[in-house]
Design a protein around this ligand. Structure first.
Ligand SMILES: [Zn+2]
Length: 339
């Protein structure tokens, strides 16, 4: 009898433990590292920090529960090549030397020795769908690798490119990593300056397109395990143009939405555009083993992660020049008018 009671008690206890264990496991917060199946990087060329404007209605609607930083440092050279390349490789412009003219060249040039996030993801997920849709041809030609099975679409104008993106998702594609570059805000900036009505109008149109892309992603059911990122490579001077070191050129935006993104997160003050590479790989659970990779996951970005420290020793030149240019920019870029 004594024996029977003991067995009964043990059986009961085991039953209770077995019943509670999965519930307890389900209750623990979801992990951001590897917690995502899809990462979407939507880039608006030349939009800088203008996402802040009230008329960017879709942007504000999408990221109202997300994490947004408008004071994100670009690469020291505020051009498209250096910055799209840094966003996609996690390596500074000082190492890649990815000038516009360089990334516009064919592949397999000397400078292409730094793998993009597409390559890291491909190595970790041999069968994953990966895609890059770009208006500016240089991205698919000179930045994203040719031989790793990335679906590449290079198309203009932005409206047609957006149609192709919507169609791509309607067809049932479920990319692990998806990149877009829309170009017409930059065009309006070059033609009329960032203080113009034309530039504002181009931003509003880009915002519409971001809304369409987001809707397509959501409709396809990909936001459940999706991380949606919107950014820009650089800003534009009021009179038009970029490449120098004023605030309006050197500061950009990173906005994040996803199930573990910190609501109202502001990302730490050291956040750079190239950190998008680190954020994307972290979300997909892919580790970067590249010694030149100097991107980090910022603090105040994911609920369950306090952020990384930038491995500055990997890139001493960028660390020193970056600090110097930060000070210069914040002094009002006094010498910019001379060159
Ligand atoms: Zn650009």
């Amino acid at each position: 009898m004594k024996h029977f009671k003991r067995i009964l008690a043990l059986t009961l206890a085991l039953t209770v433990i077995c019943a509670l264990a999965p519930a307890a496991a389900a209750k623990t917060a979801e992990s951001s590292f590897g917690g995502y199946k899809h990462v979407f990087i939507i880039g608006i060329d030349g939009a800088g920090t203008f996402f802040e404007k009230d008329y960017m209605k879709n942007f504000h609607r999408i990221f109202k529960d997300g994490a947004v930083k408008y004071g994100v440092r670009t690469e020291t050279k505020t051009d498209s090549g250096p910055n799209w390349n840094a966003i996609l490789t996690g390596v500074s412009y000082f190492k890649t030397g990815a000038e516009n003219g360089v990334v516009s060249l064919e592949q397999d040039r000397v400078f292409r020795r730094y793998p993009t996030v597409f390559k890291y993801v491909r190595d970790a997920m041999p069968d994953a769908e990966l895609a890059s849709f770009s208006n500016w041809g240089a991205i698919n030609k000179g930045i994203v690798e040719d031989d790793i099975g990335v679906t590449k679409v290079t198309q203009s104008p932005d409206d047609a490119l957006t149609d192709s993106i919507v169609e791509y998702f309607e067809k049932g594609n479920r990319p692990a990593l998806f990149f877009v570059q829309l170009d017409e805000v930059d065009g309006a900036g070059h033609g009329h300056g960032s203080a113009s009505a034309e530039y504002e109008n181009a931003l509003k149109q880009a915002d519409e397109r971001v809304g369409r892309i987001y809707e397509a992603v959501e409709k396809a059911g990909l936001m459940e395990d999706g991380l949606f990122i919107v950014t820009a490579d650089h800003g534009h001077r009021p009179e038009g143009g970029h490449g120098r070191f004023s605030k309006i050129e050197s500061y950009s935006t990173i906005a994040l939405k996803g199930k573990t993104v910190k609501k109202g997160g502001a990302l730490d003050s050291d956040t750079k555009l190239r950190d998008i590479a680190a954020i994307s790989l972290y979300a997909l659970g892919v580790k970067s083993t590249e010694w030149n990779f100097s991107a980090k996951v910022p603090a105040d970005c994911f609920e369950d992660f306090s952020g990384q420290t930038r491995p500055f020793y990997r890139d001493i030149i960028d660390t020193i020049c970056g600090a110097f240019m930060w000070a210069y920019t914040n002094l009002g870029a006094p010498l910019d008018k001379y060159f």
